[in-house]
Design a protein around this ligand. Structure first.
Ligand code: ZN
Length: 61
């Protein structure tokens, strides 16, 4: 079997086009989008990120 990993490793914002990759517990920006965007992640599968206004932003300046 080759599908040991079921966690999402990549996500793309549908609004600004930001692309992040999951690496060692953190999301790393592969392509910067709009820093002020309320990212709407398009993730395949059943993984749903917590939605809310209290989500801490992990943006680099
Ligand atoms: Zn976005």
């Amino acid at each position: 079997m080759s599908d040991l990993l079921r966690t999402p490793e990549r996500r793309t914002c549908e609004r600004c086009g930001r692309v992040e990759q999951y690496d060692e517990g953190v999301w790393r920006a592969d392509r910067l989008g709009d820093l002020y965007c309320i990212h709407e992640w398009d993730i395949d599968g059943a993984f749903v990120p917590v939605k809310g206004e209290a989500t801490p932003a992990a943006e680099e300046c």
